[in-house]
Design a protein. Structure first.
Lengths: 120, 806
């Protein structure tokens, strides 16, 4: 935390405010914001499609953080990994949407709380 | 080849206890053993084994006829024939000799070359005169009783019949192994085998709770004695290094000990060797129903009567006597073993006789009489007259089998009726003449009527008891018991077989051969109930056995003084003339046997005992006739009984207070054992079973229940609702983050953290003060502060500016 804060103040102090470059911290902030929004959305909403989209949001937040770090350390591993993640996410999105359609057809509703057959 | 013992064989007999000094000096000589006995000796035990297999085959084949009985009689008769053959063949051997026939090697273990490091026990047979004597009456009586049982058990033809004869054959096989085995292990096998057969046959009527309880009681009480036997056998092996008779009787140790005792140095025998007879004795007391282990035998009468006759009167219960006779040289090793045997035998004889006097069940009376007579046999052995003991075993086997079989015929014919108050005058009922005569013969023998076999054998024991120093009290007890025996024996005879004819059927009324179905069960008088007279098999066997009982008296006059049995015993290891005066007293007298020679009121017991015991017997019979005899000649003109259920004895008993009731209640020994032994054992069994069920089983069950309880407790957390899981997961992540924050960012593991924190604060505050303003930049040289090195180093690296690289 302190080191990150140090970086930020260094960058801020080195240039005039209007020309401050976007630093790692900005990216991480956006990523964290996306993740929190996705998480809150997932917890708060009951619509299956919305919940699914929220998970996608969290997914992409993680991807963004990965790319940011990758650029920061000038390493390509992170970016490569994100390409894979996107591919898998695309496949998973197709699968999940198909499931959602199937679930909708059985109950005529998108309410996630209607499915509790796995109750212990 | 003649051993010294054969030369001395005639030295000691009834009326001639004049053991001269040189004879006494050479008392013990090991038997001459011929290790190559004829192979067919082994047929004696294995023919009954064949009978067992045949009876089993009959059971499997579902035979519904008397076939198993005839097969059994055939096998046993062949076995008896082989025994007779063995007897004549053995007669050619020098006295004191023995033959060993080994059929196969059974145990041959060796764990070293030294002495006592080899355990060998063969399935071999040791045949000497003692063995032969026992086997003659075992196989002979077994044959006769099997013939009797063929009729007696006829109402059970079918599976039960096969089962009975299978167990019967197994018994004879086991008994043969017990008697003929050439080592103590084979004896033990037979010992347990007869115990098993006894259990199986007592519990033959397994649907009757009393029979099952009696079988269990017999088995368990015998186990107590068997423990002693096992320990005795083990100790024999440990001390003498062998359990084979041929080696044991010839071992230097045993010969040495006996020579030392003869010389008066009893102290030379180590305690461990003295323990052997004491332990073996316990086994003998269990099997031969002596105090304190006699309680199983009277209950064993729940078995079929042929079983009572063969196993619980004639043969198996004499196994204890046989054990002592067989191991007689070993029994001489302890000063205490034989006196204890004598006292136990005498007290058992008296106690059982007093109980027998008060019983009403005639089979029970015979059972107590057996216990009592076994006591006599033990006294006979202990008075160093193994001749008397063995002779009494032989005569008792015949007359007691006769008595039991006669009682059995009554029981069979009167639908299980055994109460002497409900039977009277049977000799006048048509078809019961032979049974009555056989009963009379048996009773005369048991009562010691002059010139019967029982008279001579009992006499021998009585006389020897008075002669043996220190045993006079035992002689008096036995004399008293002889009177009581005569009384209770003839009590049965006068009540049941003479007097007014009256009978009531028992409760085991089964359809008989007469074909009339209108038998009344009213149980009063003889109207409607037709007694079932015995058939040819029972009559034949009774006639033969009664004749044999009479003829046994003739054995007394055969051969040298003391009779044929004396000749047999004197040629075996069970008899040593040199130990005639082996008692503590005799040793104290410095070997002057004559000084210690006991007397009967100053007279020579051998001469006077004939008359004394005859008089005692007459008195007993007279009292029985007075109290129980009917009016007229049937009661010898003394009696006055007019009814079956009332006699003068009732009036006498009424005047004796609680004593008759206590005797009828068997002196409450069973209740005493129940309270002292069985009750506490049951209590401990309950405690242990509770511990087992609650603690042991509880622990095991707990490991089954624990996951179930945990699962049940955690189950509500699985709500099945997606949001529940999501919240749980998010909460978990938060918790993990908090933990991470606490663990990582506090850096508690670094011991210098506090110091460095303090220095950093000091450094920064100094910079703020120096610059005089809040804005602090990185142009300060971090090295000058030293302590803030890592923070400064991190800050010094110029960060890459995102987005400006390309």
């Amino acid at each position: 935390m302190e080191s990150l804060a140090g970086t930020l103040t260094f960058a801020q102090s080195a240039m005039p405010d209007a020309f401050q470059p976007t630093t790692l911290a900005h990216y991480l902030f956006v990523s964290a914001a996306m993740f929190i929004i996705g998480l809150i959305g997932f917890l708060a909403r009951r619509n299956l499609i919305i919940m699914f989209l929220c998970t996608e949001l969290m997914f992409q937040a993680a991807g963004l953080a990965l790319i940011a770090f990758s650029r920061y350390y000038l390493e390509h591993t992170g970016q490569t990994f994100v390409v894979f993640v996107l591919t898998v996410a695309a496949a998973e999105a197709a699968l999940a949407l198909a499931l959602v359609v199937l679930l909708f057809r059985t109950r005529d509703s998108l309410d996630a709380d209607l499915w509790d057959e796995m109750k212990g | 080849m003649l051993t010294p013992i054969a030369e001395l064989g005639v030295a000691r007999a009834l009326g001639a206890l004049s053991v001269s000094a040189p004879e006494a000096a050479s008392g013990y000589a090991p038997p001459v053993v011929d290790m190559a006995g004829p192979w067919w000796i082994g047929l004696i035990p294995f023919l009954p084994m064949l009978g067992l297999l045949l009876a089993t085959a009959c059971a499997i084949g579902g035979v519904k006829s008397k076939l198993p009985a005839w097969l059994t009689v055939g096998c046993l008769a062949a076995s008896f024939a082989a025994t007779v053959l063995a007897f004549f063949q053995l007669n050619g051997l020098p006295g004191g000799g023995a033959q060993v026939t080994v059929w196969w090697e059974w145990f041959g273990l060796a764990w070293g070359e030294g002495e006592g490091q080899r355990l060998s026990a063969n399935f071999g047979f040791y045949m000497d005169n003692l063995t032969c004597l026992w086997m003659l009456f075992v196989t002979g009586l077994a044959t006769m009783i099997a013939l009797y049982a063929s009729e007696y058990m006829s109402h059970d033809v079918g599976l039960g019949y096969c089962r009975f004869f299978a167990a019967f054959n197994l018994f004879v096989f086991s008994m043969s192994c017990l008697v003929m085995g050439d080592n103590l292990l084979l004896l033990f096998l037979g010992w347990e085998g007869v115990g098993l057969c006894s259990y199986l046959l007592i519990g033959y009527f397994y649907q009757k709770p009393a029979a099952v309880a009696a079988a269990k009681k017999a088995f368990i009480v015998n186990r107590i004695g068997d423990l002693g036997l096992v320990l005795g056998v083990l100790l024999t092996f440990v001390h003498f290094g062998t359990i084979e008779y041929a080696e044991l009787f010839g071992s230097d140790k045993l010969v040495g000990y006996l020579a030392a005792i003869e010389a008066g140095n009893v102290d030379e025998v180590p305690l461990i060797a003295q323990m052997i007879p004491v332990l073996l004795m316990i086994g003998a007391f269990g099997k031969s129903a002596q105090l304190p282990l006699y309680v199983w035998l009277p209950d064993a009468m729940e078995g079929p009567t042929p079983v009572s006759a063969l196993i619980h009167a004639a043969t198996m219960v004499t196994a204890g006597v046989y054990l002592i006779a067989r191991m007689f040289p070993v029994f001489l090793l302890s000063e205490w073993a034989l006196p204890v045997v004598a006292w136990v035998g005498a007290l058992t004889a008296l106690l059982a006789a007093t109980i027998g006097m008060a019983q009403f069940d005639i089979k029970r009376i015979m059972a107590y009489s057996t216990v009592s007579q076994l006591g006599y046999m033990f006294c006979g052995l202990a008075a160093l007259t193994s001749v008397g003991g063995a002779f009494h075993v032989l005569t008792h086997a015949f007359f007691k089998a006769t008595l039991f079989l006669a009682c059995g015929a009554v029981m069979h014919g009167f639908a299980g009726q055994l109460d002497l108050r409900k039977l009277s005058g049977l000799s006048k009922v048509p078809g019961w003449r032979i049974v009555s005569i056989a009963m009379l013969v048996g009773c005369l023998n048991l009562a010691g009527f002059p010139f019967t076999a029982g008279y001579f054998s009992k006499d021998m024991i009585l006389a020897e008891s008075f002669i043996t120093p220190g045993m006079a009290p035992i002689g008096w007890i036995l004399l008293l018991t002889a009177g009581l025996t005569a009384y209770y024996t003839f009590r049965v005879f006068f009540r049941v077989f003479v007097g007014p004819v009256h009978y009531e059927p028992g409760d085991e009324h089964h359809g008989d051969d007469h074909g009339d179905d209108d038998h009344a069960h009213d149980g009063h008088g003889d109207g409607g109930f037709h007694p079932h007279a015995p058939g040819w098999a029972i009559n034949l066997v009774l006639a033969v056995l009664a004749a044999a009982s009479i003829a046994a008296a003739g054995l007394y006059f055969l051969g040298d003084k003391g009779g044929w049995v004396a000749g047999m015993i004197k040629d075996s290891t069970a008899y040593y003339p040199g130990f005639a005066a082996f008692t503590a007293e005799a040793v104290a007298h410095g070997g002057e046997e004559h000084a210690a020679h006991g007397t009967f009121l100053g007279m020579d017991p051998h001469k006077v005992m004939y008359y004394v015991s005859a008089v005692v017997g007459f008195v007993g019979i007279g009292i029985a006739a007075f109290l129980h005899g009917p009016k007229g000649l049937g009661g010898l003109l003394l009696g006055g009984r007019r009814r079956a259920d009332v006699s003068r004895a009732d009036g006498v008993a009424a005047k004796m207070g609680p004593i008759p009731a206590m005797a009828q209640g068997k002196w409450f020994v069973d209740e005493f054992y129940q309270f002292v032994v069985v009750g506490p054992l049951r209590f401990f069994a309950l405690v242990f079973s509770l511990i087992d069920r609650l603690l042991v089983d509880g622990l095991v069950a707990m490991f089954g229940w624990l996951p179930r309880w945990i699962g049940g407790a955690l189950r509500p957390s699985q709500s099945g609702v997606l949001h529940g899981y999501a919240v749980g997961m998010a909460g978990g992540v938060v918790v993990l983050l908090v933990i991470l924050a606490l663990m990582v960012f506090r850096e508690p593991a670094d011991p210098d953290a506090d110091r460095r924190d303090a220095e950093l604060i000091e450094f920064e505050s100094s910079r703020v003060l120096d610059r005089g303003g809040p804005e602090w930049t990185t142009d300060a040289d971090p090295v000058e502060a030293g302590a803030g090195a890592d923070l400064a180093a991190q800050a010094a690296v110029e960060p890459p500016v995102m987005g400006s690289g390309s």
